[in-house]
Each structure stands twice: as C-alpha cells, then as structure tokens.
Design a protein. Structure first.
Length: 206
C-alpha cells in the first residue's frame, strides 16, 4: 500500500475555531468603533441642545470671535477694547457716552445676540458674561462696570456690590438669558484683560 507523503501547507489548512474567533472579534471591534465615531463626527455639524458637540463648537467659535475680533483691543494682544465691550453689554448699541459705534466693533445694531457673536441667528440660547476670580472669594463673580468709581479705584465690581447701579450709568457685563435655567449647556472661555485687570470672557450656549 502506497503511503501518501503529501504535506499539508498553510494554504491547504482548514479554518480552525481559533481563526474564526479572531475574525469575529476584529469584525465586532470595527463595527463598534464605527458606531461610536460616526455620531461624534457628524455631531459637530449639528446644533443640538444639551451641551452636545455642536454646542461646544458654537461656544468656542463665539468666544474666539468676541475676544479676537469684535471686542478685541488692537493695541493689546489679549485685551478687550473698553468701549466696544461696554457697547456690546449695554444692549442698546447706541450709548452716546461711549467712543465707539457698532460698525467700529464689527457688531450689528439690530441683530440678535447670536448674530453678534458670529452664530446662527436661530440658535435657542446664548449667554455672554465677564467674570473674575479672587483668592478671597469662592468661585467666580459676574462683573459690573462702575462708571462712578473713585480716582484710582477699579471700575470692575461684582454685580452684587452696592456700587453697581444699572439704573444709573453702570453696566452689568452680562448679555442674553441666564444659563442657570438650563440643565445642560456648553461653555467656552477666554482669559483676557479689561480695564487693566485679568478677567474671564465666558460664553454659554445651549
């Protein structure tokens, strides 16, 4: 009886359970990766509420536009122009006491807050505030521009300071509806200078 001396090569070998397990595992990893990545990738192009990817990008875009363009002081790399900043927060865009007009600052007088922060005008909620943190105070304080401050005194005071009187000529440095009424929102901030003080320009979008 003639013995078969043919040797089984790699190409002639049948599929083993081990090979099948590796193949299925790789397939599942690829499928799960696609399911996780695709919503995140396309979420950047949506404006869904709830602090999603679209809100985060919108907040960052608005913060960049305000700090580097609309409210920027051309003479200081990280400073805000005082007149443009105060004009933005007056909500009237026609304050005769300020040496700036909306066109000087790249703002539109009759436009919505969203449009003046370089966002889609149909966006549901935008809030912009100027805040400060001091070592002696817990957390941050929203600020007010006190136009009646004494000689040498800082014009920036917390909004809950009695020196802040919005019924007079003082200006609360906040614009838009309060984000406190929303469960989730996206936040972007820039550390800038205003009135020779370091402050946070904070944009909240939902």
């Amino acid at each position: 009886m003639k013995r078969d001396t043919h040797r089984v090569g790699v190409g002639d070998r049948g599929q083993s359970v081990f090979d099948f397990s590796i193949g299925v595992s790789l397939f599942l990893i690829v499928v799960l990766g696609v399911l996780v990545f695709v919503p995140t990738a396309f979420g950047s192009f949506t404006s869904g509420a709830g602090g999603g990817a679209g809100d985060g990008l919108a907040a960052d875009r608005a913060a960049t536009y305000l700090s580097e363009s609309a409210l920027s002081d051309s003479s200081a790399s990280d400073g805000l122009d005082t007149d443009c900043t105060l004009l933005f927060f007056t909500g009237r865009m026609d304050d005769p006491d300020l040496a700036a007009t909306p066109s000087d600052c790249g703002l539109e007088q009759a436009a919505s807050l969203a449009s003046n922060t370089s966002l889609d005008a149909s966006r549901r909620g935008v809030n912009v505030t100027v805040e400060r943190r001091k070592p002696t105070d817990p957390g941050r304080k929203q600020l007010c521009w006190n136009t009646d401050g004494g000689l040498g005194a800082s014009p920036l005071v917390p909004v809950d300071n009695p020196a802040c009187d919005p019924t007079a000529t003082d200006i609360r440095l906040t614009a838009g509806p309060s984000a406190a009424n929303n469960q989730e929102y996206a936040t972007a901030e820039r550390y800038v200078s205003l009135g020779r003080e370091g402050v946070y320009l904070v944009v909240r979008v939902w």
